[in-house]
Design a protein around this ligand. Structure first.
Ligand code: ADP
Ligand code: MG
Length: 354
């Protein structure tokens, strides 16, 4: 045990996740020429080759914080653990190529359970054509911990960082948002019902899409090619793991721009909307604050408007502004409200995600 001679005590809650990362990693200047981008983006960028760059990203999933095995089948969990990492590679406009998987398991888990986990990992490897190349296995006192590292590649000129957005760029998102979070709400509700009455078999058919968004998300490995085909190179890009508003804040802060996000432009699935109505909660709030959609958020030049405007995979949801105009949501009633990075803050134990 390392003795703490420094008597001051600062709670992690005070810093928040991003404050903590900044604080801990503040004094690590890079020392290798091959480190092109270190901490601060969706993935690090390394250069061992003049033209082709290597990107690396890692994520940690902890039972009870990021997943609940009461409703998360191990096969799905294995799949999702891979996907969340591949999503970070996609967010650099790169192509995932390899993964490593490390696990810590308590004696609660049987061989059969871990085989299921690896079935899901295998499914993801086959679907996304990535190779499992290593990892580590150890025991834990309680619960399951999964850490996945993903490696990918991209041509130097294809890479897109979080910090490249310019004033008067269009803000674009792939797919639809909010579903994963509402899927989690349904699963949490059914878990509570089950705890009260174990004979009650939930009928989840009406929520199939949003539950799948939560339990078995996909990484948008297709977007890189789609953008190439449209002859578009985004100016900045990030994936949506923590929620749209939080990711917009990251992108805008790092790019030193402001932004107007339009409520009426948010791409929402009908099942997401009807579930919000059923839960009597505001769909816009859920769409911008809910996490784990693993869609891509990016900015493009205004000149590319015609190329994306009719694309069913992409929605233009706003535009950047000069930094001093701030980051706002323009509501349907045409009022302008400052966007807050609610995201998830699991350091304050609100909810789990990465
Ligand atoms: P994402 O949500 O895209 O996975 P994170 O918010 O987890 O990204 O991380 C932001 C940046 O901080 C990344 O570059 C990540 O590698 C880095 N990072 C996160 N945690 C640590 C840590 N404990 N030590 C060093 N770097 C970290
Ligand atoms: Mg990310």
């Amino acid at each position: 045990m390392i003795e703490n001679k420094n008597q001051s005590r600062t709670s992690l809650e005070q810093l928040g996740e991003f404050g903590l990362i900044d604080h801990l990693t503040a004094n690590f200047p890079t020392q290798q020429e091959s480190t092109i981008k270190a901490i601060g983006d969706d993935a690090a960028v390394l250069s061992f080759d003049k033209d082709e760059k290597t990107v690396i990203s890692t994520d940690l999933l902890v039972e009870g914080v990021h997943f609940d095995l009461a409703y998360s089948p191990l096969k799905h969990l294995g799949y999702k653990a891979v996907v969340v990492n591949l999503s970070d590679i996609c967010a650099m406009n790169a192509t995932p190529t390899q993964i490593t998987v490390s696990i810590a398991v308590s004696n609660r888990f049987t061989l059969e359970a871990l085989e299921e986990l690896y079935e899901g990992i295998k499914l993801a490897c086959n679907y996304y054509k990535v190779d499992l190349i290593g990892g580590d296995t150890t025991s834990s006192q309680t619960g399951l911990i999964i850490s996945v590292t993903a490696v990918g590649k991209a041509k130097k000129e294809d890479l897109v960082y979080r910090n490249g957005a310019k004033d008067n760029n269009l803000l674009v998102v792939s797919g639809d948002i909010g579903g994963a979070y509402m899927g989690l709400q349904v699963l949490e509700r059914e878990k509570q019902v089950f705890l009260v009455n174990p004979n009650n078999q939930p009928d989840l058919d009406t929520y199939d899409y949003i539950i799948e968004r939560q339990l078995k998300p996909e990484a948008r490995t297709d977007i890189k090619q789609l953008l190439k085909d449209l002859d578009i190179k985004p100016t900045a890009m990030i994936d949506i793991s923590d929620g749209l508003s939080s990711e917009i804040m990251h992108l805008c802060t790092q790019s030193e721009v402001g932004c107007n996000l339009y409520e009426d432009k948010l791409p929402l699935d009908p099942q997401f909307i009807s579930t919000c109505e059923e839960f009597n909660i505001d769909s816009t709030t859920m769409a911008i604050n809910g996490g784990e959609d693993y869609e891509l958020l990016f900015t493009i030049s205004m000149e590319d408007f015609e190329k994306v405007k009719a694309n069913p995979n992409l929605s233009i949801i706003g535009h950047t502004t000069p930094k001093d105009e701030g980051i706002h949501l323009i509501t349907r009633a045409n009022t302008k409200i400052p966007l807050k990075a609610r995201g998830w803050n699991h350091l304050s134990n609100e909810s789990g995600e990465n």
